[in-house]
Design a protein around this ligand. Sequence first.
Ligand code: HEC
Ligand code: HEC
Ligand code: HEC
Ligand code: HEC
Ligand code: HEC
Ligand code: HEC
Ligand code: HEC
Length: 365
Amino acid sequence: MNPSLHFAALAAWPLLLFAQPAAEWTPERPWPQTSAWAGSRSCAGCHADLYRRQEVSNHARSLRPPAEIAEFHQGLPYSHHDRSSGAALTLEPGAVLKTEKDGDRQSLVLEWAFGSGKKGITPLGRAQSGGAMVESRLSWYSNGGFGVTTGAGQREPRSFAESLGRTLTEKEAQDCFGCHTTGYTPGQPAPARDEMGIRCERCHGPGAEHVRLMGSAGNPPAAAGQRRILHPGRLDAASQVSMCGVCHGRTPADTDVALLARIERDPNTVRFPSQRLVLSRCYNESTEGLACSRCHDPHANVSTVAADNDRACLSCHSKPRRTCPTATRNCASCHMPSEQVMLHSRFTDHYIRVTARGRGTKGRR
Ligand code: HEC
Ligand code: HEC
Ligand code: HEC
Ligand code: HEC
Ligand code: HEC
Ligand code: HEC
Ligand code: HEC
């Protein structure tokens, strides 16, 4: 790729965001591919602290080989009688899921563990080599150990083979990898170990040009914006929210009033911060905008210390600006309550507002 063309494309990235139809933002390619991938290891030398933090984050751990995961193996073997199919399922050490009924046997070699384990881990595997990917009917949850995969309880297996799990279409499997890896290309071999999970170039764009430039002796361009890598901290709030929203819930256009109203009404959208945050007055009425990175270090896990989370709120809600008549700390507990969205998962409602819970009355406002 012509380097100057590459640079022009990167520099224009925020503009492209507005000019391009949302369809360009596929899960695998949130930006137009304009440079080669360098691999996350290549960032470690120059950004060592940041690298060490990111490497152990849940982003980085959201796809792994099952063999690496201690909590996944501790409970094995695990047996489960599947009431809907009548099959006896056993998850064996070595990550093999076996099913048996009336002497018939089948097995699934689990190759991929999706999810860091903070909430849950769902493995994917194949019943035959080269065959379709199957989402295991058994998953592991941090709040209860092994159990039937979320959603699978409502899907009756239509055949004995289906008691192992849900066979994914090629597109579905590609989407799983698209959101849980870095630089994944459909149809190509499995991602390298260091690119499993959400790593540097997933958010910063392919970085070979940056590595070459910054590593070259003599004349590294000092000026910010000329480093041939995307700095999402310099995106305006709307662009950053959409960038994270490629995975965390596609942001509706601010003119799509009907969709915004539907998102506001549907409690299941609490799973998607990028769809909920944009409903907030904090987001819509603050002059400086409210990007995800105002409250989150994108290289680390969320802080569960209330004081850390309060800091972002207080950076805007201190005198002379509007302050809370009710409390001085633990802001999110009332204004961004955690909601049970699925059996195994609670999510923080990013629609910041005065909620019924915050007022101490029952139900949602
Ligand atoms: C040879 C050293 C070197 C390597 C390798 C390197 N960087 Fe950098 N990077 C720098 C320097 C120096 C800066 C400018 C100072 C700073 O922000 O730390 C920088 C800045 C950045 C910035 C901010 C850009 C801006 O416009 O301010 C990002 C983002 C970044 N690097 C990401 C990466 C990623 C991702 C990788 C791996 C693909 C990587 N870097 C590899 C040296 C390097
Ligand atoms: C559009 C992007 C996207 C796609 C496609 C996607 N995921 Fe995820 N996945 C996420 C995000 C974001 C999270 C964290 C927040 C959440 O759970 O909603 C997540 C979380 C998870 C978790 C952690 C447990 C949990 O429920 O929070 C598992 C397991 C998981 N995904 C498996 C899968 C599998 C298997 C597929 C394919 C069938 C898949 N994902 C497809 C974005 C995606
Ligand atoms: C989930 C998305 C995401 C991932 C993954 C990610 N970053 Fe970042 N990075 C960001 C965002 C967003 C910012 C801007 C943060 C801000 O402005 O506070 C940023 C900022 C930076 C900066 C500039 C820091 C500064 O103070 O100016 C560097 C350098 C950087 N990232 C390097 C890396 C490296 C190296 C990795 C992999 C180890 C990585 N990033 C992984 C989203 C990400
Ligand atoms: C970037 C600045 C900014 C940040 C950060 C911010 N807000 Fe706001 N918030 C605003 C603005 C602007 C308004 C509109 C009303 C006003 O001017 O005070 C607002 C309004 C509110 C309202 C009233 C909502 C309504 O519907 O009437 C609440 C409650 C609130 N914020 C709580 C919070 C909490 C809790 C946090 C942290 C989790 C937070 N805000 C972070 C700027 C911000
Ligand atoms: C490529 C898809 C993808 C992108 C892009 C992405 N995320 Fe995520 N994010 C995920 C997945 C998947 C998880 C769940 C990880 C796990 O398995 O626990 C997650 C988890 C998180 C978490 C929870 C971490 C914890 O403590 O468990 C935060 C916070 C987060 N993302 C913020 C962001 C922000 C901010 C951005 C944009 C700068 C961003 N993400 C971009 C996919 C993505
Ligand atoms: C115990 C629950 C609770 C906590 C904790 C809490 N609030 Fe509130 N907050 C409320 C309620 C209830 C209201 C509405 C008060 C009213 O309308 O009389 C409110 C109102 C607000 C408003 C709107 C004020 C206005 O003039 O319209 C802002 C801004 C706000 N809170 C910010 C915060 C911030 C920042 C924190 C943390 C420092 C915080 N809140 C902690 C319950 C809470
Ligand atoms: C005003 C502050 C604020 C902003 C802006 C913000 N978050 Fe959060 N986020 C929080 C708080 C507070 C939590 C809950 C932390 C805890 O667990 O105590 C949270 C939790 C999360 C989680 C963990 C899962 C969950 O639902 O609890 C994810 C993922 C996440 N945020 C993604 C995002 C993304 C993506 C954006 C941008 C669209 C964003 N956040 C913007 C404050 C914020």
